[in-house]
Design a protein around this ligand. Structure first.
Ligand code: ADP
Ligand code: MG
Length: 262
């Protein structure tokens, strides 16, 4: 198995000029995109899902990506998370040049560095909450049970670790999914419509949890949504349309998650 030592850099991955320059702001950059595009298919049927995206995200930012369905939000998130390689452009995460990685190295990067949270939780129904989290811990070759328990406690599920997903509410299932993302102690958390299948109150609790993981633990959170109300709690909002970033705004006074309503 290919592994990436924490704090070191994949040998084949060359650092970008941006990171190499090594000034303070640059060292703190979590995500760096320059002219990144992603095209699916070829010829007349091809779709450019992301077009010439340039973006720098400092560590610890709470960024919301907004846009209608089909505007390229998920594709952009998946590029940042190493799920897919860009078709062109430069993409670096935590100083690693993702564009220079081979498939196996990209897998290792994704496994070791990035926490993912999705709309539909994606838990394994025949495993308990604890086992769902432990599965990932084992994949990471770390002390499974202790870390998984700690992770579940940190999302408020200490009392429900031995429940199966079907015995948990939607909000609780999403907490398990967040705990699962946290076992790798990622500095970068990527959430794709994490409240998309939850009611307002439950959704707000999940937002509050993501906010806490951002503010308390200084994790960079990138949250994709088509719900513009959620953008009010972000430090920064990016709007996408037809694969392009059409707006990039800093939020002067982000709302507390409890104040967000839709
Ligand atoms: P969003 O998350 O904003 O709804 P997506 O990133 O999922 O948008 O999709 C953007 C565009 O790229 C859409 O036109 C979609 O059909 C297309 N697309 C996304 N993934 C693929 C894929 N794997 N193969 C072909 N086209 C895709
Ligand atoms: Mg999407």
């Amino acid at each position: 198995m290919i592994s990436i030592e924490r704090g070191s850099h994949i040998k084949a991955g060359t650092r970008t000029d941006h990171v190499r320059a090594g000034t303070r702001t640059e060292v703190l950059t979590e995500v760096y995109l320059q002219d990144v595009s992603k095209t699916y298919g070829e010829g007349r049927t091809s779709v450019t899902a992301v077009r010439s995206a340039s973006l720098q995200i400092p560590r610890g930012q709470f960024l919301v990506i907004l846009g209608p369905s089909g505007s390229g939000k998920t594709t952009l998130l998946n590029l940042i998370g190493g799920i897919e390689p860009p078709s062109s452009g430069t993409l670096a995460v935590a100083g690693l040049d993702i564009t220079a990685l081979g498939t196996q190295q990209r897998t290792a990067f994704r496994r070791d560095y990035v926490g993912f949270v999705f709309q539909f939780f994606n838990l394994i129904p025949t495993l308990t909450a604890l086992e769902n989290v432990q599965l990932i811990a084992e994949l990471l070759d770390c002390n499974g049970e202790a870390l998984s328990e700690k992770s579940l406690k940190s999302v408020g599920l200490g009392e429900r670790m031995n429940h199966f997903p079907r015995a948990l509410s939607g909000g609780e299932q999403q907490r398990v999914a967040i705990a699962r993302a946290l076992v790798k102690q990622p500095s970068l958390l990527l959430a794709d419509e994490p409240t998309g299948s939850l009611d307002l109150d439950t959704g707000r609790q999940i937002l509050a949890l993501l906010h806490q993981l951002n503010r308390r633990d200084n994790r960079t959170v990138i949250l994709v949504t088509h719900n513009s109300a959620i953008a009010n709690m972000a430090d920064r909002v990016i709007r996408m349309r037809s694969g392009e970033i059409i707006e990039d705004t800093e939020v002067e006074k982000p709302l507390a998650p409890e104040e967000v309503t839709w």
